[in-house]
Design a protein around this ligand. Structure first.
Ligand code: HEC
Length: 121
């Protein structure tokens, strides 16, 4: 009996902890529409306007989140990314906004393909 109570508490604490960090995909979609991200990154973040603009659909959410945060840090060359376009785009986003955007974009079906690795034999 005591053990099952203990297990219940563990399960409860895990689910509570997860829900605290759960990203809101619908909010992420709303933000990308508000900021017209697809005007450059393309329909469904899958067909970009040129070779300098990366495809994003299906990318790992934590990668996207760190990338967005890096554009906010800009001036710092160690952890920041300097890009006038993207730094302007993320200027007003909160950390939660960036998490929601990343969650939305990452679950879009992407057409990125893994390039087969060259053989070094
Ligand atoms: C005016 C065109 C334009 C708009 C609008 C735009 N982007 Fe970008 N985005 C770019 C370009 C160009 C790059 C590549 C910048 C670089 O070289 O670092 C980029 C890079 C990125 C990256 C990094 C991708 C990687 O693989 O490292 C992310 C993430 C991103 N954009 C998300 C967004 C989101 C989210 C929005 C809307 C809030 C947005 N972008 C709006 C042009 C745009």
């Amino acid at each position: 009996m005591k053990i099952s109570k203990f297990l219940c508490l563990i399960v409860l604490s895990l689910t509570t902890a997860n829900s605290a960090f759960a990203a809101d995909i619908a909010k992420g979609k709303e933000l990308t529409e508000k900021h017209a991200c697809t005007s450059c990154h393309g329909v469904d973040f899958n067909k970009t306007i040129d070779m300098n603009t990366p495809k994003l659909a299906g990318q790992y959410p934590d990668y996207l989140y760190i990338a967005l945060k890096s554009y906010q840090v800009k001036g710092n060359r160690i952890v920041g990314r300097e890009n006038p376009i993207m730094s302007g785009m993320v200027g007003n986003l909160s950390l939660v906004d960036m998490q929601n955007i990343s969650a939305y974009v990452s679950q879009l079906p992407g057409t990125m393909k893994t390039i087969s690795q060259p053989s070094f034999k």
